[in-house]
Ligand binder design. Structure first.
Ligand SMILES: [Zn+2]
Length: 753
């Protein structure tokens, strides 16, 4: 149900994006758009930067040179580079551009930039060094301009991104137009200085291991933090997920309890939440503060980022907590944030808080998932965070997912965004696979991002921020920046954070123009645009949810748990979509036909693009579109059949049935049986753009489970409902596909009847 996106990238090996990009220029990747353009029009032969320029400006110049196919020799330092010069791109900062250029400088807002083109040259003026990187990342907007000025200012003051270890920070700043990052800056906390009494309880072997690791971590962190500062951006260190201390460090947890046994929490019975520590015990907060402080120190970052959801870990129900209210989520959150802040504020570091609420409360096995903050049958999102919002220092940044349910295509809009003032608010786009399929398939979300970004901006204002986490859940070897399909989501996020009014069609067109040969681009833009609705219809039957990780549920119970958990319409007014009626079956049949028709239309666009694509592009896209089609055929058959099952179950509860349902159920059974073996066919030697290894060598094989078990259960249980009313002779033999699983009452049950 849950995911820890924070650790997505830690296992990836580092590759040079620019090297990758230039070597696959024809194959396309975000950032290499100008290789082809440069060959066509060698308009610029020099790039001028000020003498002693900030490293971010120098990186911008290097990036531009690479895009234009110029050698490093084409970059010149010039002490007076503040005027346009023929054949050159001049990079300058706003505060040094004066004579006669006041209007140009004053057109720049926040950390934006402005472009002045005249007399065969162009000058790019940035508010600050990183602004030139932003310009270098979107040359398609300005490099062809021959005259006039063009100001380019971001819509949000803050643009946050999750750091991706595969790419240099400067590249990510350029591609994303981002000015703040959240990164894995690992700390090896021993508490040697902070809590020597706890440290003393660690075994000598653990003490030695932590000391050695600390030295390595500090060194690695210093190098990475310098890379951020060289790109003129801030970086926040990701704290361990949630605040279950036993997950943060088992060694320290045990050592701590050996000294402070009264701090151990008492969990609530049957709760998904744990109670590693008791928030009413003062030692608990001494420990948290010490740990957070040590993480902040070792990270050497500008701030720390913390996440709260489903691993609160201090959901304690001992007598103390029940008495003072710390057995309530909203009070625990207020206490936790207050203490985290107390740890980092004196160090001059910022605190970034990631709120999260998702999914209806539900049972998961023997545990109850509380899902606080989702409003439906639990407290509202605002109520959950209200004490944090109103009682913690206003400089704490509050980031909230745009999705009200975190794992669905086309989910409802967050109910918390816009309600966290006076805190600065950030709207989060978790563009990892889980919201939109596993990134095996086309999974475009540009239209969704467009309307939600606009709405978020209205609610939180230009002083707020937007965040992106590009990546893939449950993927290995994956790089979304290099993905020839789903990099469109990164591209759209960047466009929209800099221009809320960018049209969706134009975004697809501009992105495709960068990725594909000119004659193929319009068709690929159309195919990806179509994929957005097709994916929504594939995974969201009548707006209800599927699995967090987009795979096949194994049985009906799991499928129905998912309907409850991910159901954005789990509100009384939407209950009509869940009614087990013929009308709703017809509705879902129509919806799934539309999904499959959308995929056919995507395939038609691919056929039109194919003659103009490279062989590798055509092979990859054909494979992935085929994967999507086969998955959708199985998934839509399952969803329709589930609605039939629900109808028959309701009929059975009324002691009747509808045997006409046997035919479509048998057909669905046949469809799934035929298509299940066709899922994820590939040549092991085939290499996708988004993976750093051939398909046969991926650590995680492309796979979303099997539809067979669920189909079998739906079919046989449906049959049993029918048979219970009509007896074994009535059902047409040609539609029998499996043994009917009738629960014949035992003798003792008969006697009870
Ligand atoms: Zn307690």
């Amino acid at each position: 149900m849950t995911t820890e996106s924070t650790s997505l990238f830690s296992s990836l090996t580092r590759r040079s994006f620019l090297k990758t990009a230039s070597s696959v220029a024809a194959a396309g990747a975000l950032g290499d758009s100008l290789d082809l353009l440069a060959q066509a029009a060698p308009k610029y032969t020099a790039i001028l930067i000020p003498a002693g320029a900030h490293p971010a400006m120098r990186s911008a110049a290097e990036m531009l040179a690479k895009k234009l196919g110029l050698s490093a020799d084409a970059i010149h330092e010039s002490s007076g580079a503040t005027s346009v010069s023929r054949g050159a791109i001049v990079l300058a900062l706003k505060n040094v551009v004066t004579d006669g250029r006041g209007a140009l400088a004053s057109a720049i807002a926040r950390d934006g930039y402005a472009v002045l083109a005249e007399n065969g040259g162009v000058m790019v003026v940035g508010a600050r060094p990183r602004s030139l990187l932003f310009a270098a990342g979107e040359t398609h907007h300005w490099l062809d301009r021959a005259t006039g000025t063009w100001p380019r200012n971001p819509e949000f003051a803050m643009r946050f991104a999750a750091h991706h270890a595969d790419h240099s920070v400067a590249e990510q700043v350029a591609i994303l137009g981002a000015n703040s990052f959240i990164a894995q800056l690992h700390a090896s906390v021993s508490l040697k200085d902070e809590m020597p009494e706890v440290y003393a309880k660690l075994s000598p072997a653990v003490q030695q291991r932590l000391a050695a690791a600390e030295a390595d971590d500090m060194k690695r962190n210093a190098t990475l933090v310098k890379e951020f500062h060289d790109a003129d951006v801030e970086v926040f260190a990701d704290l361990p997920y949630g605040n279950n201390f036993s997950r943060w460090s088992e060694d320290l947890y045990n050592a701590f309890l050996a000294v402070y046994p009264s701090a151990k929490g008492v969990p609530e019975e049957h709760s998904w939440e744990r109670a590693a520590l008791c928030p009413s015990d003062p030692a608990t907060w001494k420990l948290f503060e010490a740990y957070v402080r040590e993480c902040a120190r070792q990270s050497q970052a500008d701030g720390v980022a913390c996440t709260f959801w489903d691993q609160f870990g201090i959901f304690c129900h001992d007598e103390r907590c029940r008495k003072n209210g710390l057995d309530q989520f909203k009070n625990e959150l207020q206490a936790a944030i207050t203490h985290y802040y107390a740890a980092v504020q004196p160090m001059g570091k910022k605190l970034h808080l990631r709120t999260w609420s998702s999914g209806c409360p539900h049972w998961l096995g023997a545990d109850y998932v509380h899902a606080p903050g989702y409003s439906n049958f639990s407290q509202s999102h605002y109520e959950l965070w209200s004490r944090v919002i109103n009682e913690t220092p206003k400089e704490i940044l509050i980031q909230t997912k745009v999705y009200h349910s975190d794992c669905e295509p086309d989910p409802r809009f967050s109910t918390l965004l816009g309600h966290c003032k006076p805190h600065p608010e950030i709207v989060e786009y978790q563009m990892v696979g889980q919201t939109i399929g596993r990134h095996y398939f086309p999974a475009a979300t540009a239209a969704y991002t467009a309307w939600t970004m606009k709405k978020a901006h209205e609610l939180i204002g230009a002083a707020g921020g937007a965040e992106i986490t590009p990546g893939g859940t449950m993927q290995s070897n994956y790089d979304m920046y290099a993905d020839l399909l789903n990099s469109v989501d990164i591209f759209a996020w960047r466009e929209l954070t800099w221009n809320l009014n960018a049209s969706v069609a134009q975004i697809y067109a501009d992105w495709a123009a960068q990725m594909y040969p000119a004659q193929a681009a319009p068709h690929m833009a159309k195919a990806m645009l179509l994929s957005e609705e097709a994916a929504n219809l594939c995974w969201s039957p009548l707006g209800h949810g599927s699995s967090t990780n987009s795979d096949f549920a194994n049985d009906i119970e799991r499928r129905e748990t998912l309907l409850r958990y991910t159901n954005r319409y789990y509100l009384p007014e939407y209950a009509k979509f869940l009614e087990p009626t013929k009308e709703n079956i017809a509705r879902i049949v129509a919806e799934k036909q539309k999904c499959l028709a959308g995929i056919d239309a995507m395939l038609a666009e691919l056929e039109a693009a194919k003659p103009h694509l490279t062989e590798a592009q055509a092979a990859e896209i054909s494979t992935r579109f085929d994967w999507f089609r086969e998955f959708a055929i199985c998934n839509t058959a399952l969803d329709v059949s589930l609605w039939r099952f629900r109808y028959l179950r309701a009929q059975a509860a009324m002691l009747t049935t509808d045997p006409a349902e046997i035919k479509p159920l048998a057909e669905a059974f046949d469809t799934v049986t035929q298509h299940a073996p066709k899922l994820f066919h590939y040549d092991p030697a085939q290499k996708f753009t988004c993976y750093d290894a051939p398909l046969g060598q991926l650590r995680t094989k492309p796979n979303l489970g099997s539809p067979l078990r669920l189909m079998h259960e739906i079919y046989t249980r449906s049959l049993a409902f029918m048979e219970a009313s009509v007896g074994p002779d009535y059902l047409p033999k040609e539609f029998l596909r499996a043994e009917v699983q009738i629960n014949i009452p035992t003798e003792s049950q008969r006697q009870r009847m």
